[in-house]
Design a protein. Sequence first.
Length: 80
Amino acid sequence: MLSSYTPGFSLVGNLLETARKTKACCLDKYTKQEIDLSKSLFDEYIMYIWMHLGDTRFMNRGYHQAASVVEETFKTIGEN
């Protein structure tokens, strides 16, 4: 569990919140460095949110679906 500020978590949080609201993830406004940082912290951030909300709230509040959208976007970036 995180006990202090983790650089990059706000980037991942913004991506996830946008995906929750719009059901899409657009990385156009982010630099390559920001995308790489977000990709490297993504799993840790998802676990952090899941541990705080619990499984039911994580699913009901749309985090699972949003995480899938962001993860798929990261995969397509990695293929290019």
